[in-house]
Write a protein that binds this ligand. Structure first.
Ligand code: GLN
Length: 540
């Protein structure tokens, strides 16, 4: 079968959930047996979101091949179980960089280099790059931003051109918003009409409209939208708010989104998608009665998306343990010795979050000391693991000034230090230790038991590492380095055996956790938290 290209654009406002709709469509097509990938084109000038802080852009996701990517790629992987790569996330910055490099090499043979055709050709080349590998039946391309933004114009123009070139191998889905005006008790379709008109002005007629709404949209209203927007009435789909994003594929299937896409791209609709494993997850979610309460200690607690993959991994692990997840965000800057007990005592488990820089670090140490002394299941991720090491050095090894050279370059006890390969680097973008690396686990460790194997591979994003000069001292005092990289000896996992569950990972296990393949370490952490909860708060 020829590769089919599906484009997903957004209108009216941002944050409508194009990523969830794209992921849900991919999920349904995969359940029908097709080979699918999802990619995102972001209209900003940064080469990648690696240099953006979480206030700008939420979490930075990392692919196995070491690309710092938009957090929507996390949704794609969680919904499809298929790994993404650098090719799945392209920015305006990457497009321009590549065109300018070609110009400098003389590839344009004396021509004036312009947005049309040179930038649009480069965009189109990138849109088709994954499809041209022959590995996919469907390539779903999400265009970031909102139609009408100056920045997304070259992308939209490229979609217009591709539509012509691809003919029936192409389908355009436009996601808009239908606001509910409470005072008038009415849903309003005008913003959708305007947004579709804007798309039509640049030469794109959407095939399918997906309407985000808080209230049910009547058949009558859908007919009206169809009429005004040149779309078939059955191709006007509503996407109403649901309690969990993982229900969206089912909602889309009920309204035949997958079937519409198949028909539009001339693919025979033969059978129904096999949603059994997905429905099994949703059933568990619905059946869970009891709650597991996890505290996440970090400095971006006011940002919904800053720890997206951790939240989702915890939710998946709780669901597979037949529990509802109650996630309590604990602002690390506000944790002090005189309030730590009150903040942590009702929890079943604690996550110490990843991060960069000094802000909020002291609260992480206070929390960690409490966790260690109260023997509550504790999971440190990346900076969280490094904090476990520093806190242990200060409190147990008696090295009061122990630190990471990230926070104190002059520390006499650099238990966490800049990696050797990092010392000569000056550029910040894309230069961390990034992507999946192998790790060998001690067979007796909590981690090895959780994974059910001693050989694993997980994704990284860091510049600093455990300083192996201190390894013996730590191990003697009870903190073991139970996971190391087989080729460099770099410490990847630390644990305190004898504790209920006290594990720190230099890598980010949250990036590899998907709905159908939850990460084993999260599953085990939640299991330990449930057990602890039963022991310590038996009345609840
Ligand atoms: N700042 C730490 C480092 O660079 C940890 C990074 C992280 O938590 N992702 O090593």
């Amino acid at each position: 079968m020829e590769t089919k290209y599906i484009f997903v654009t957004g209108g009216v406002v941002s944050s409508l959930g194009k990523g969830i709709i794209s992921s849900s469509l991919a999920n349904l097509l995969i359940a029908r047996g097709y080979r699918v990938t999802v990619q995102k084109f972001d209209p900003y000038i940064n080469i990648d979101p690696g240099t953006l802080n979480p206030y700008e852009h939420g979490e930075c996701y990392v692919t196995v091949d070491g690309h710092e990517a938009d957090l929507d790629l996390g949704h794609y992987e969680r919904f499809t179980n298929i790994q993404t790569t650098r090719a799945n996330n392209v920015t305006t910055g990457r497009i321009y960089q590549s065109v300018i490099d070609k110009e400098r090499r003389g590839d344009y043979l004396g021509k004036t280099v312009q947005i049309v055709p040179h930038i649009t050709d480069e965009i189109k080349r990138n849109v088709k790059a994954l499809g041209n590998t022959g590995k996919f039946d469907f390539v779903i391309t999400e265009i970031g931003g909102t139609v009408g933004d100056i920045e997304s114009l070259p992308f939209i123009e490229s979609v217009r051109q591709l539509r012509w070139e691809l003919g029936n191998n192409c389908c355009c889905i436009h996601l808009t918003y239908v606001p509910y005006i409470a005072a008038a008790k009415e849903l309003k379709t005008k913003p959708t009409q305007h947004s579709v008109k804007q798309l039509q002005e640049v030469g794109i007629q959407p095939d399918i409209l997906v309407l985000r709404t808080e209230k049910h949209i009547s058949t009558e209203m859908r007919r009206k939208i169809a009429l005004f927007c040149n779309v078939a009435p059955e191709a006007v789909i509503q996407s109403m708010d649901v309690p969990s994003i993982y229900m969206v594929p089912i909602k889309m299937h009920e309204q035949h989104l997958d079937e519409l896409v198949l028909k539009k791209t001339n693919v025979p609709v033969e059978s129904e998608p096999d949603m059994k494993p997905w429905l099994n997850f949703l059933d568990r979610m619905a059946a869970a009665e009891h709650t597991v309460t996890i505290g996440l200690v970090g400095k971006y607690v006011e940002l919904q998306d800053a720890y997206k993959s951790i939240n989702e991994s915890l939710f998946q692990a709780a669901t597979y343990n037949n529990r509802k997840l109650k996630l309590v965000f604990i602002h690390s800057e506000k944790v002090k010795e005189d309030n730590v007990d009150e903040k942590l005592r009702d929890l079943d488990g604690v996550i110490i979050a990843p991060g960069f820089g000094q802000r909020g670090i002291d609260g992480k140490f206070v929390a960690l000391k409490w966790c260690r002394e109260h023997d509550i299941p504790t999971f440190g991720i990346c900076l969280g693991m490094q904090c476990m090491v520093i806190e242990f050095a200060r409190d147990v090894l008696g090295l009061p000034e122990a630190n990471s050279t990230e926070m104190d370059p002059q520390t006499p006890d650099n238990v966490i230090d800049l990696m050797e390969e990092q010392k000569s680097l000056s550029d910040k973008g894309g230069t961390m230790r990034l992507g999946a690396f192998d790790c060998h686990l001690d067979p007796n460790s909590t981690a090895a038991k959780a994974y059910g194997t001693t050989e694993i591979s997980e994704r990284h994003r860091h510049r600093f590492e455990f300083n192996n000069d201190y390894r013996e001292q730590f191990e003697k005092a009870g903190m073991k380095c139970v996971g190391t990289n087989p080729s460099t000896g770099l410490v990847e996992v630390v644990e305190i055996p004898g504790k209920r569950w006290f594990v720190g990972t230099q890598y980010h296990p949250e990036y590899s956790s998907t709905v159908l393949r939850p990460n084993p370490l999260f599953l085990d952490f939640i299991k330990a938290a449930i057990k602890y909860g039963k022991e310590v708060h038996p009345a609840e």
